[in-house]
Design a protein around this ligand. Sequence first.
Ligand code: FES
Length: 109
Amino acid sequence: MRITFITRDSEKVEVTASPGDRLLEVAQAAGMPLEGTCEGQLACSTCHVIVGREWFAKLPEAIEDEEDMLDLAADVQATSRLSCQIVLTEELDGLIVSIPSGSVDVQGF
Ligand code: FES
């Protein structure tokens, strides 16, 4: 299956992934600057991505803890999600996600 990342510089990076992969790990393998500091424990927001509008509805809804962390993320948009919470399925073949401009790990300052 194909996943396309849109970088902060608006470049498209297309990668292949498999159902069952976590989007965070696919993004990191593709060199995207998502720190994923808490490794999927919903204790950071450094894995924040913006999902393409046409894809957002295909994702399972975010649980409350994810919404809470998203509230703390920079550059949050209506289709923002935490990539550590997205497990790829066949249905997501062709998924497009953007890397938000403000996804800097605040712990790095
Ligand atoms: Fe921390 Fe996703 S890696 S919430």
